[in-house]
Design a protein around this ligand. Structure first.
Ligand code: ADP
Ligand code: MG
Length: 158
């Protein structure tokens, strides 16, 4: 698996990496025919939602990015993309995603960002990129791993 490691001293550094990844995704937009899926792994407070906020705003969303903790999903219609930001912490059973109609979320030009993706195992699409975030006091250690060809192409450009 292709991986990239980052040591990010503070929140602005983490937001900057999220923005860089969003810019790489934007640059590869012609390949956007299939869904791009990004998993975010890490404990509560690690920075999964913060990373998602940086990513979604860099893709062109101007307003707030709310944590989907209670709603399970927040969706954004951007010019070129639809982004579905999931937080499955409260999901009791992956089947709930079927009842939510997850298949309708899997259109072209779609990006899935998923916090606590383990809880949607088997129903959530497999990831192109998996991002693990670990605490290092107020800094964070991130490992980005590519699990598909498309994921590898994106990470190679970081
Ligand atoms: P999660 O979604 O993983 O539960 P959040 O992104 O909601 O976490 O929260 C991360 C918290 O950690 C925020 O309050 C943020 O300000 C804080 N924080 C402190 N240092 C960092 C850092 N280096 N990178 C990201 N967040 C940080
Ligand atoms: Mg969160």
């Amino acid at each position: 698996m292709t991986t990239k490691d980052y040591f990010l001293a503070d929140e602005p550094a983490l937001l900057a990496l999220a923005e860089t990844l969003a810019n790489v995704v934007k640059a590869g937009q012609s390949k956007a025919k299939q869904v791009l899926t990004i998993y975010l792994i890490g404990e509560l407070g690690a920075g999964k939602t913060t990373f998602s906020r940086g990513f979604i705003q860099a893709l062109g969303h101007q307003g707030k990015v709310k944590s989907p903790t209670y709603t399970l999903v927040e969706s954004y219609q951007l010019d070129a993309w639809q982004v579905h930001h999931f937080d499955l912490y409260r999901l009791a059973d992956p089947e709930e995603l079927e009842f939510m109609g997850i298949r309708d979320y899997l259109d072209s030009n779609t990006i899935i960002l998923a916090e606590w993706p383990q809880r949607g195992a088997g129903v959530l699409p497999e990831p192109d990129i998996e991002i693990s975030i670990d605490y290092a006091e107020t800094a964070r250690k991130l490992v980005l791993g590519a699990l598909t060809t498309r994921g590898r192409e994106l990470l190679d450009k970081l």
